[in-house]
Design a protein around this ligand. Structure first.
Ligand code: KIV
Length: 258
C-alpha cells in the first residue's frame, strides 16, 4: 500500500498522474490498465442515482460500489471518497474510514476540505489511514451553482495556505477542483505532494475526470468535461443490432443455443 503511494508521489515533476473514477468492476478493470489512481468518487450520487447533491450518498453506497471496483483493480491505487456527514468529528471519521478500508480493501480515503477539517485528517493519518485532500470547489459543501475558485487574491492565498497545511499534516496528494490556472500553478509549485486537477489547468501534477463524463455516458455541459468518446452511441448501436437480430430470428442461431 505505502509503496503504491510512494510511487505516485515520486511522479511529481516527472510524469503526469492519471486518475479516473470507477463505480463498478467492469469499468475498473479497463481503467486499471492506464490509471495510477482509481477513485470511487461520491460523484456516483449524481452519475448513477440522479441525486442533485452528493450529500445524499451514504457510506453503504460507497462501500457497495467500492467492493465491486476492488474486484477490477490489479495495480492502481484505490481511493474511496468519504461521503457527507461521515467525518464530522475525529471519532466518527476514524470509525468510518476504518470501515471503508476493512470492507473494501481500498488503500486510501479522500476528504473534502482544508483548515476546517485539518484536525480530522491529522487524526486519520496518525492512525495510519492514508488521505488524499480535496480543495477548490467542495461539492459536499456547495449549495446552488458551482463557481470556480482562486480568482481573487484572497481566494488564491487561502487555497495556497490550505494546500501547505494539508501537506504538512501528511496528505499524499490533493485534488484541486475548478481552481483558476495561475492559482493551481502556484499551489503545485508550493507543495511536494502531487496536485490532481479537475478543471484546474495543465499545471497540476495529474488529472482526474469522472469516467462516465469522458466516455460520453453522462449528459453534462460542465466546462471542464471533454468527451473523449461517445459510448452512449456505441451502446445504442449494439442494442439496436440485438433487437434487429431477435426480431428477424437471426439471433440466437444454433451457435448460440444449447
Ligand atoms: O466524486 C468525485 O468523483 C470526485 C472527483 C470528481 C474528483 O471527487
Amino acid at each position: 500500500m505505502l509503496n503504491k503511494i510512494k510511487k505516485i508521489v515520486s511522479k511529481k515533476n516527472k510524469s503526469k498522474i492519471i486518475c479516473l473514477t470507477a463505480y463498478s468492476k467492469n469499468f475498473a478493470e479497463e481503467i486499471d490498465r492506464y490509471a495510477d489512481i482509481i477513485l470511487v468518487g461520491d460523484s456516483l450520487g449524481s452519475v448513477l442515482y440522479n441525486y442533485n447533491t452528493t450529500r445524499k450518498v451514504t457510506l453503504d453506497n460507497m462501500i457497495q460500489h467500492s467492493q465491486s471496483v476492488r474486484m477490477g483493480i490489479k495495480k492502481s491505487l484505490m481511493v474511496v471518497d468519504m461521503p457527507y456527514n461521515t467525518y464530522r468529528n475525529k471519532k466518527e471519521a476514524l470509525n468510518n474510514a476504518k470501515k471503508i478500508i476493512n470492507k473494501t480493501k481500498c488503500e486510501a480515503v479522500k476528504l473534502e476540505g482544508g483548515s476546517k477539517i485539518a484536525k480530522i485528517i491529522k487524526h486519520l493519518i496518525r492512525n495510519k489511514i492514508p488521505v488524499m485532500g480535496h480543495l477548490g470547489i467542495l461539492p459536499q459543501s456547495v449549495k446552488g451553482k458551482f463557481k470556480s475558485k482562486g480568482k481573487t487574491e484572497k481566494e488564491k492565498k487561502k487555497i495556497i495556505k490550505e494546500s501547505i497545511l494539508l501537506e504538512k499534516i501528511g496528505v499524499f496528494s490533493i485534488v484541486l477542483e475548478c481552481v483558476q490556472a495561475s492559482t493551481s500553478k502556484l499551489v503545485t509549485k508550493s507543495i511536494k505532494v502531487p496536485t490532481i486537477g479537475i478543471g484546474s489547468s495543465i499545471y497540476c501534477d495529474g488529472q482526474v475526470l469522472v469516467t462516465d463524463d469522458l466516455l460520453g455516458l453522462n449528459k453534462t455541459n460542465i466546462r471542464f468535461v471533454k468527451k473523449f468518446v461517445d459510448l452512449k452511441k456505441v451502446i445504442g448501436q449494439g442494442v439496436k443490432k440485438f433487437k434487429k437480430e431477435v426480431q428477424s430470428k437471426k439471433f440466437p442461431s444454433k451457435k448460440y443455443s444449447y
